[in-house]
Design a protein around this ligand. Structure first.
Ligand SMILES: [Ca+2]
Ligand SMILES: [Ca+2]
Length: 213
């Protein structure tokens, strides 16, 4: 845990409360190998304030755990490099190219201006609805394809050689979720539900519960 993060219940963490200029992150203690296929399955709650809620959350892969980037429009992700970030942005920052709507983007190396996106921004319906939403991050190394599902629907995907072009040939990375507030705020929470590791060669699945690893 980093920043303002604290445990709320088993496997669930609050990254920010409804306080201005807050930030936090939570990183899973064991790294994951990008040479293997996997599906990281989380539940997220991106706050209860729509018009006046900010700033959002970012799922990130990084070579180190327990770090949080810049708060406010940085969403706790800006400045983390090297990294891959999946941004869930709930606040319009015109100078970053944000659309008015809540949106997702796949970002690289902590650079949050949308002109640097690998893919995005993709507009989504309001996610600051006080509800938990399924948030799945899927990686297929054979196709070098990263995809994201919200509530069972694929919202964004990108193809890129993450191991070589982002992490300098290092396939072992940590993953976590960051969040931040600025002049406006929201509650941001994440629950670690499950990680599914897949053996491509045999098309079999090995499921194990995160908390019991
Ligand atoms: Ca924003
Ligand atoms: Ca919204």
């Amino acid at each position: 845990m980093s920043g303002d993060t604290y445990l709320t219940e088993e496997e669930c963490f609050r990254l920010t409360d409804e306080n201005d200029y807050s930030s936090g992150s939570i990183w899973y203690k064991r790294p994951i190998d990008l040479n293997h296929a996997f599906s990281i399955r989380l539940s997220i709650m991106a706050g209860c304030l729509d018009d006046a809620g900010a700033d959002g959350m970012v799922f990130a892969f990084a070579p180190r755990a327990n770090i949080t980037g810049f708060r406010g429009e940085g969403i706790g992700y800006s400045g983390l490099a090297p990294s891959v970030g999946i941004e869930i942005d709930t606040w319009l920052n015109e100078h970053l190219g944000d659309p008015v709507e809540d949106h997702l983007s796949i970002m690289l190396n902590g650079r949050i201006g949308h002109w640097n996106d690998l893919v995005g921004p993709v507009k989504i319906s309001n996610i600051e609805d006080c509800e938990r939403h399924g948030f799945f991050v899927n990686w297929n190394p054979a196709a070098q394809r990263l995809s994201v599902e919200i509530d069972g629907v694929e919202v964004i995907s990108g193809q890129f050689d993450l191991i070589n072009k982002v992490f300098g040939g290092n396939s072992i990375v940590y993953w976590g979720m960051t969040a931040a507030t600025g002049r406006y705020h929201n509650i941001h929470e994440v629950c670690f539900d499950r990680i599914a590791l897949r053996n491509d060669a045999h098309e079999s699945s090995d499921y194990s519960t995160l908390g019991r690893q």
